[in-house]
Design a protein around this ligand. Structure first.
Ligand code: URA
Length: 199
């Protein structure tokens, strides 16, 4: 565990110094992924917001608080999971990250995923999902497990969810997100029993 933690720290420092994303020159600091390096799940958001940029931690604003509450409903804590973003730098005025900014941070994310090697990747919002599955639409894909083998990492299971910031003040989206979130333990159990059958 200590080794993997160290490995992740080195990975973040290396990528921050080599990353060509121009956003790095306008931010307070990079926002590295955070959490349990042995986690079976990685949550992937879009990009840090204002609070995250100031504090240097992912999902610590209102959306992060909502995420922590949803984790609680399935018996999990932030320390149990690993959470990161597609883009590690806050886009100015919280605009959407551009295609180039996402591409510039893509190798960093792949290395992060490969180091943790989770059983399940949960996308928080359409930006995160479309980075891996450009053809999918969040309104139809949310809450449904997608199984696909990519050549650059082992994880084959992906669950798209609405972004907690988008759902926070939208009654029906909020209910849907809470309902989808509660599927996570069952999905994880199914993935684990399928991998036992395969091995
Ligand atoms: N929204 C995101 O997508 N990521 C964060 O870290 C915070 C808000």
């Amino acid at each position: 565990m200590e080794n993997k933690k160290l490995l992740l720290q080195k990975l973040h420092e290396k990528n921050h110094s080599t990353c060509c994303c121009e956003l790095k020159y306008t931010v307070t600091q990079p926002v590295f992924g955070k959490g349990n390096p042995e986690s079976e799940i990685i949550f992937i958001g879009e990009a840090p917001g204002k609070k995250e940029d100031i504090e240097g931690e992912p999902f610590i604003g209102a959306a992060g608080k909502f995420l922590t509450e949803m984790l609680d409903t399935i018996g999990m804590k932030r320390e149990d999971i690993y959470i990161t973003n597609i883009v590690k730098y806050r886009p100015p005025e919280n605009r959407d990250p551009s295609k180039k900014e996402k591409e510039d941070c893509a190798e960093w994310l792949s290395e992060e995923i490969n180091t943790i090697n989770p059983k399940l990747i949960v996308f928080l919002g359409r930006h995160s999902m479309n980075h891996f599955f450009p053809e999918e639409k969040i309104n139809s894909a949310h809450g449904k497990l997608i199984t696909r083998k990519f050549k650059n990492f082992n994880t084959e299971n992906f669950l798209p969810l609405y972004h907690p910031a988008a759902a926070l003040y939208n009654g029906s989206m909020r209910e849907t997100l809470i309902k989808d979130f509660k599927k996570i333990p069952k999905i994880l159990k199914k993935i684990k029993s399928n991998s036992e059958v395969k091995s």
